[in-house]
Design a protein. Structure first.
Length: 188
């Protein structure tokens, strides 16, 4: 596999909007690098983890999730679940299944998400929700927020470059879950 350059910084202070959180910021230079970031994040995940992905259309949320699926060793091609709302990818390696949800077309909060039974799936799976901010946080006090933004330089948008903030919320992520090692892996 090709070496994918990534740059990272570890934020030492908790994010202002979430006490008890840890954050790592990463610059990703290509779709391949975004997928590699997903594989590296997958190494930190375990059954019961909730991951929220935020970013504009085309930011790379599904590309990151494809890398998560590869890292978790799940069955099936990870594609956007926009029209089916959710896809379940069982593990091929005995690990957790990947439940991939796209909440873009869902306007309500957790009430509207109840039909998906995410609370039932969560304990034995890794649940990834695109467009989940403000909709599924109640599922878990411990969650990983990944915010992807297009990078801007010299007053223009840099096509493939993304700024990614990976923020762990709750004791699961602030008590040595490895976000600091994630940053270390990317700063080589």
């Amino acid at each position: 596999m090709e070496e994918v350059p990534l740059e990272a910084q570890r934020s030492q202070a908790p994010a202002p909007e979430a006490e008890g959180s840890a954050e790592t910021r990463i610059t990703v230079g290509s779709p391949d690098a975004m997928q590699e970031l997903g594989r590296r994040i997958a190494a930190l995940l375990r059954p019961g983890d909730l991951v929220l992905l935020t970013g504009e259309l085309g930011a790379g949320k599904t590309t990151l999730t494809r890398g998560l699926g590869e890292g978790l060793g799940v069955r099936g091609a990870v594609t956007s679940p926009t029209f089916v709302i959710a896809r379940v990818h069982p593990s091929l390696t005995g690990g957790p299944a990947l439940v991939h949800v796209d909440a873009y077309r869902l306007g309500g909060g957790l009430d509207e998400m109840e039909d998906l039974d995410l609370d039932v799936s969560l304990p034995e799976s890794v649940v990834v929700v695109e467009w989940g901010d403000g909709k599924v946080e109640e599922l878990s006090d411990d969650r990983l927020h990944v915010v992807i933004a297009r990078a801007v330089g010299h007053e223009e948008v840099l096509d493939d470059v993304r700024e990614v903030a990976v923020r762990g919320v709750g004791t699961r992520w602030t008590a040595g879950a490895g976000l600091d090692s994630l940053a270390g892996a990317f700063s080589e």
